[in-house]
Each structure stands twice: as structure tokens, then as C-alpha cells.
Design a protein around this ligand. Structure first.
Ligand SMILES: [Fe+2]
Length: 205
């Protein structure tokens, strides 16, 4: 069995005051867990039990909505958790910082474009920073789709994920998605995002 449900990399209250403990508990132990369990149920007994998620997503148009929605929900949340840290915030350094400046003009400009993409994601979805042919791109997807899927408008290797489903922010921020996004920048773990960037380039993405 190649698919496992990972531990949350920090305590439920670790991201307070930006993201509250109750939101993290429900989001991880209920929402994420349910996506994982339903994904496992959807692939049970098929060869997908031993197929890498990236390979499943590359052919997602050939699979059922249950696999698309729950497989996406399983993967997307793992990246979202891993891109946050109680020691996060600030701006990246090194190669990622250089790439962001070369691509978007400045970190502030990037932050504004990413924020706009997240705010303007209609309904439920995710905003992404992806590597596509060695270039950085900002993307937004609906529901539990992601840029690894063959159905995505902007494709590439995701290195940063922001969940903009209401379940990610409703308890603290109600309908105020922009307030949640502004708070979220304070917990973005740029060390992890930089590692994801280096790994994507090393894989020739
Ligand atoms: Fe979520």
C-alpha cells in the first residue's frame, strides 16, 4: 500500500493567532481524513493502490470523480500543511527569492498577484505557486483539483498551496477570505517552499 495518511507536522494550536486550533483540528482530523479515507475506498482492489499520486493525477481525466475529488483532497492538504510553520512568514531567500524577483518584479508584486488569485478563486479551491518548464507560475483551481492534473488550466509542479475553502477559515474569519489570506502569509514556511522549488528543478519540472 503506497498511500498513507501523514501526521500534521505541528500541534493544532501551533499556527495561532493566524489560524486557530479548532479550525486546524477539524480541517485535519475530519476534512483531510475523510478525503483520504474516501480516496482509499475509491481505489480499493485496483492497480491504483500501488500507483504514485502524480501518475494518477497525470491521467485524472480517465478516472472517476471520487478519485479526482478525494485524491486531490488528500494530496492538496498535505502540501498545504507542509507549507506552513509557526516559524514562518517573511520572504524567501536564495534561489527562490531570485526567481520570484525575476518573474514577478519583486516579492511584494508576487504577494499581491498570489493574493489576488486566491481571493478571486470562485467558490472553493486552492491557489498555487507552480514550477512549469523551470518557470514560476501562479495558478488557481476549483474544488480539489490541482496543477498536477491533466484537466488543470495551468499545469506544473506545485511548490506552495493555499486552501481557500471556507472550511479553512470560517471559524475565525467567517466570510472574510482576504483577512485569512493576509494572516496566512505570516505562517508560510519559505524554507519548505524553497526546498520544493529546488526539488522541482532537480526533477526537470
Ligand atoms: Fe481544506
Amino acid at each position: 500500500m503506497s498511500h498513507t495518511f501523514p501526521d500534521l507536522p505541528y500541534a493544532y494550536d501551533a499556527l495561532e493567532p493566524y489560524i486557530d486550533a479548532k479550525t486546524m483540528e477539524v480541517h485535519y482530523s475530519k476534512h483531510h481524513r475523510t478525503y483520504f479515507d474516501k480516496f482509499i475506498a475509491a481505489i480499493k482492489g485496483s492497480e491504483l493502490e500501488n500507483t504514485q499520486l502524480t501518475e494518477i493525477f497525470a491521467n485524472i481525466s480517465q478516472h472517476s470523480p471520487a478519485i479526482r475529488n478525494n485524491g486531490g483532497g488528500y494530496y492538496n492538504h498535505v502540501l498545504y500543511w507542509n507549507c506552513m510553520s509557526p516559524n514562518g512568514g517573511g520572504a524567501p531567500s536564495g534561489d527562490l527569492n531570485e526567481a520570484i524577483i525575476n518573474t514577478f518584479g519583486s516579492f511584494d508584486e508576487f504577494q499581491q498577484l498570489f493574493t489576488d488569485a486566491a481571493i478571486n478563486t470562485f467558490g472553493s479551491g486552492f491557489a498555487w505557486l507552480v514550477v512549469n518548464n523551470g518557470e514560476l507560475k501562479i495558478a488557481s483551481t476549483s474544488n480539489q483539483d490541482n496543477p498536477l492534473m491533466d484537466v488543470a488550466g495551468v499545469q506544473g509542479e506545485p511548490i506552495l498551496a493555499l486552501d481557500v475553502w471556507e472550511h479553512a477559515y470560517y471559524i475565525s474569519y467567517q466570510n472574510r477570505r482576504p483577512d485569512y489570506i493576509e494572516a496566512w502569509w505570516n505562517v508560510v514556511d519559505w524554507n519548505t517552499v524553497s526546498e520544493n522549488y529546488a526539488a522541482a528543478l532537480a526533477q526537470g519540472r
